[in-house]
Design a binder for this molecule. Structure first.
Ligand code: KG4
Ligand code: ZN
Length: 341
């Protein structure tokens, strides 16, 4: 089954062609980072306008790189939420237009579930039950996946998402946007983690909290003590910036890995699946692999951040389970994947 996937939930316009949910035939991503970076974050109105300009050429490119023509396709999978309403609308309406013209079935895909399915594009599929940690710009969710489409939400962030914390701390340190890669790069310049920053363990819960950590970084650089021993502000000092970035990254990784491994052990999971944009972070990837007592799957970085191959893969498993969306498929900006048991 050949599926065209379409993803426009945030600031990446993406299209991909995937065979049988497992084999990437093409995966094209147009990032809007350069456009939004001058504003220090995503401007929703600008994002949806840019999707409108880019979506058709990106789909054409995905079809051409897959050496596919319209009649080769069996279905279209498109992200319908969560995400920015105006951005999601561009993808969903484009998908509907193609499906209507080519008489193809269409399936709306939850973006978060799509992130999980990036792991199906990396060789042998995982065993169930699998413990999934989704860490993106808007979510930090810990879920138990008992089978395809069968999720139990174990924990989620009570305030900032992990990616959001990276982005906000990068802004405090004036490292630019997007913050995750910028913090990771800065942290590489410092081999130690000299600042002891707080970890919110929230004992007895699988939930996360990162806002206290972000505030601690803010205090470090703005309060009177936020000076280095030469009397200049910490963020004016490149090596101090690197030290704070490394200490912050270490605190986030420590909490994410400790809580994930503990939930996986308690739930007797057979695999840990890491996914979402923050899963591109090498420190997180390495530490999870090092500390996990069970096999861990982490997609290659380009499949961690937003892409349409993961949407096509996820759509395949829904379609083969007999599902499909109707012409009334709509966007759901706050769509959730699962609820607590
Ligand atoms: O999944 P994603 O591409 O988009 C959403 O669904 O939100 O995740 C984007 C988030 C951003 O917050 C970005 O800063 C973060 O993922 N991110 C990273 C890295 N690459 C992207 N965070 C830490 N280290 C990275 N290398
Ligand atoms: Zn995402």
């Amino acid at each position: 089954m050949l599926i065209l996937g379409i993803e426009t939930s945030c600031d990446e316009t993406a299209a991909a062609v995937v065979r049988d949910g497992l084999e990437i035939r093409s995966n094209v991503i147009a990032s809007q980072v350069d456009i939004h970076s001058r504003y220090g974050g995503i401007v929703p109105e600008v994002a949806s306008r840019q999707h409108l300009l880019t979506i058709a050429p990106i789909i054409t490119e995905a079809m051409s790189r897959a050496s596919a023509v319209w009649r080769d396709l069996d279905a279209i999978a498109v992200t319908c939420g969560p995400g920015l309403a105006g951005s999601l609308l561009v993808g969903v309406n484009t998908a509907k237009a193609i499906a209507l013209c080519r008489d193809l079935p269409i399936i709306g895909v939850n973006h978060l579930e799509g992130h999980i399915y990036a792991n199906w594009l990396e060789g042998a599929p995982p065993d169930f039950p699998a413990l999934c940690l989704i860490v993106s710009g808007g979510h930090s969710d810990l879920l138990l996946m008992r089978g395809h489409g069968d999720y139990e939400l174990l924990g989620r962030t009570r305030d900032d998402a992990a990616g959001e914390a990276f982005d906000k701390v990068a802004r405090i340190l004036e490292l630019g946007y997007p913050g995750g890669p910028a913090i990771e790069k800065a942290a590489l310049r410092c081999s130690s983690t000299p600042h002891l920053l707080p970890r919110a363990w929230l004992k007895g819960s699988d939930d996360f909290s990162f806002s206290g950590l972000k505030t601690a970084v803010l205090r470090l650089v703005t309060e009177p003590g936020g000076m280095n021993n030469r009397g200049s502000s910490l963020i004016d000092d490149k090596s101090e910036k690197a030290a704070i970035a490394a200490s912050f990254q270490k605190a986030v990784v420590d909490v994410l890995v400790t809580k994930t491994v503990s939930a996986a052990t308690r739930m007797e999971a057979r695999h840990i699946l890491l996914c979402g944009g923050v899963a591109a972070n090498s420190a997180l990837r390495d530490e999870l692999v090092r500390r996990s007592p069970i096999p861990t799957m982490i997609p290659r970085p380009v499949l961690c951040t937003d892409n349409a191959a993961m949407i096509a893969s996820c759509g395949y498993f829904h379609l083969t389970a007999g599902e499909r969306s109707g012409w009334n498929l709509d966007v759901t900006p706050n769509l959730r994947l699962a609820h607590s048991a």
